[in-house]
Design a protein around this ligand. Structure first.
Ligand SMILES: [Zn+2]
Length: 480
């Protein structure tokens, strides 16, 4: 089956030189290694298309295309520097493309169907993980590559059994059966890092199975906090750092105890990729910034940009680690859009857009935390929600806004102009937009194609418009 593009040898070699040149300009390799690398690249002109030993497949979950430029502006605002993905798109040796993200039953995919398309080559219905519309289980790519002596890694800020990691390594009719996904990783996935400890714990599993114990017996080092991860020596790792999803970066960054106990996406990525690079086996590593999607569902621009920046830092870490490895391909993309945030023109002649955008940097907590604290205060009123918003998000709700929020929190019937917004998070997102300039199309996924970039050997496979289900064939051709 012809899955991919017919590659011209010359394209690879040119790409190889340009990649080194760009990495050097981005400060990712030393001048000395660049010179020896350029020499090596010249010799490679005589060799056939370069072999791929490993693929790092990086997913910013639920990242609408506009998030790229919002994150770039936010990084310039708060860190006075560019984002890695923005630079990657400006690099002539990195490929650029769009991912066609539809599922079998909808133009708008969910993460389960999207990751299944990547992980098995077939579009399935939303909600299913590698089970086709006729109910037939499809073998996921992790199981196929295991037979070829490859090692597999899944790194995420969601539960490790969430839809996007599961799409590479599990088959299940309903994505919500995470309890049944967890055992499928045993001896199929070598490095598993993220949230979701509850799905491995005998006390929290309905079948009382000591799944973490089974992983230990099978040779995995099992870790549950940041220090344990950083000290771990095992080649096989199961690390779960929260019962559910890991916290938003925005909340982690403003909470010393969370920062001390929960590793960052960069740290988890380094732990996984470092092990794979040190070995000599073929590998497939999926790295997911999962909570960009959750923040978009919550219309929470502060949490969204915090996690997008954390994902971007992971991209930078991966490019640094792989700079001297000419046999590693790095792919960066998203599975679908979500609520399509954008900066609107604010004020006369849009003269106030910049100052509105700057207000995002005043957010000190996620909307999730605002609503969490609200739920912990029984008998809260308009004053209570206004105080929480002022404390955590740095702006004052109007009286009418606070009253509308209270009505919807109390599930009273209110007139909503768009049914997407008939929930507190949608309403708060709109009110926040009066101060940040950020507007949203709704609170659910969207049909937009997503951004796609790749760098490394055979990166040309990931240029132009790629159907999500074609990714599987490319991965199998390179690693299988
Ligand atoms: Zn979602």
């Amino acid at each position: 089956m012809a899955y991919g593009l017919t590659m011209k040898m010359k394209e690879f070699n040119t790409s190889s030189i340009d990649r080194r040149s760009w990495l050097k300009s981005a400060g990712l390799v030393s001048a000395a290694s660049f010179l020896s690398g350029a020499h090596a690249a010249a010799e490679e002109k005589m060799t056939p298309a370069k072999k791929v030993r490993g693929v790092v497949f990086m997913v910013s979950d639920g990242m609408s295309p506009g998030v790229l430029s919002l994150a770039e502006a936010y990084s310039q605002l708060t860190r006075q520097r560019s984002t890695q993905w923005w630079q990657m798109l400006n690099n002539p040796s990195a490929t650029r493309g769009l991912m066609d993200t539809a599922s079998a039953n909808s133009l708008v995919t969910d993460s389960a169907a999207a990751s299944s398309a990547w992980g098995s080559g077939q579009r399935v219905n939303n909600g299913s993980i590698n089970v086709n519309p006729d109910g037939k289980e499809i073998t996921p790519i992790a199981a196929l590559l295991r037979k070829k002596n490859a090692v597999i890694g899944l790194v995420t800020t969601a539960t490790v059994t969430h839809a996007t990691p599961a799409g590479f390594a599990a088959s299940i009719a309903s994505r919500s059966d995470e309890r049944l996904i967890a055992p499928q990783y045993l001896d199929r996935v070598d490095i598993i890092l993220g949230g979701g400890s509850g799905f491995f714990d005998a006390k929290q599993r309905s079948d009382q199975r000591d799944l973490a114990g089974d992983f230990k017996k099978s040779g995995y080092e099992v870790v549950s906090d940041r220090d344990q991860l950083l000290a771990a020596k095992g080649a096989k790792l199961l690390g779960t750092f929260a019962k559910g999803h890991l916290p938003f970066s925005l909340d982690r960054d403003h909470d010393a105890s969370l920062a001390a106990s929960v590793p960052s996406l960069v740290e988890m990525t380094q732990a996984a990729l470092g092990r794979f690079l040190a070995g000599d086996k073929p590998f497939l590593l999926q790295v997911e910034g999962a909570r960009i999607d959750h923040a978009a569902h919550l219309n929470d621009i502060g949490a969204l940009l915090g996690d997008q920046i954390a994902f971007d830092d992971a991209v930078a870490a991966v490019l640094t680690m792989t700079a001297k490895h000419e046999d590693i391909l790095v792919v960066v993309t998203s599975d679908h859009g979500n609520s399509n945030p954008g900066l609107n023109g604010m004020g006369d002649g849009y003269s106030e857009s910049n100052q509105h955008f700057r207000n995002i940097a005043r957010f000190k907590a996620s909307h999730e935390r605002v609503f969490g604290e609200w739920n912990a205060k029984p008998n809260g009123d308009a004053g209570t929600i206004s105080a929480l918003v002022a404390k955590h998000l740095g702006f004052d709700l109007k009286k009418s806004e606070a009253e509308a929020l209270i009505a919807i929190l109390h599930k009273e019937n209110v007139v909503e102009w768009n049914h997407q917004l008939e929930k507190p998070e949608g309403l708060l997102g709109q009110f926040a937009g009066n101060h940040t300039g950020i507007g949203w199309t709704g609170t659910t996924h969207t049909s937009d194609p997503t951004l796609l970039s790749a760098i490394g050997p055979q990166s040309s496979r990931f240029s132009g418009i790629i159907r999500n289900s074609d990714v599987f064939g490319h991965l199998m051709e390179m690693l299988g």
